[in-house]
Design a protein around this ligand. Sequence first.
Ligand code: PRP
Ligand code: MN
Ligand code: MG
Length: 178
Amino acid sequence: MKLLYAQEEIARHVKELGAQISRDYQDQELILLVVLKGSMLFAADLCREITAPVTLEFIRVSSYGSGTTSSGEIDFKVPLQCDIAGKHVLIVEDIIDTGLTLKVLHAYLRNQQPQSLKCCTLIDKKKYRQVDFEADYVGITMEDGFIIGYGLDYNERFRNLAGIYLLDPTNLPFQGEA
Ligand code: PRP
Ligand code: MN
Ligand code: MG
């Protein structure tokens, strides 16, 4: 596997996103809605770069299972546990790929009538977009490639890598190797 974005580079993007979000929300109370599992590390770092008064909420949705392509079916594994009606909500995602997860999630949340609903993604991957969904805040834009690390998994592994790496689809790792 090949290093694409080193820890320091990711940190620079996270800082910049945090500054933009802080400027936009200023003193407004904001719910950071962390989409588990992938955005766990990003959200942990991002929330510390935001000066607006934030609360953290979690939801878990999944569509990739053990493969490298989206199943197209979004499974709500842990539903939203709080009332977002009338609140400012910012969805925190690690990556937008086909856009299906965010499209479904956005519609589900919109339906609960938050005062505002925006989305922040660390990575916007363009090539396989199936629905036109654009995030309000984007850290890194890339064209193609299955990536792992910094929360992103292949078959549940490699989320704990500090950097983001490109996985060779013709040579997928098994068990311990990558
Ligand atoms: C990944 C990623 C995003 C979503 C993006 O989650 O974390 O949530 O897929 O893909 P899409 O735009 O094609 O829908 P995954 O389903 O792998 O679950 P995980 O976060 O638990 O790894
Ligand atoms: Mn995810
Ligand atoms: Mg995944």
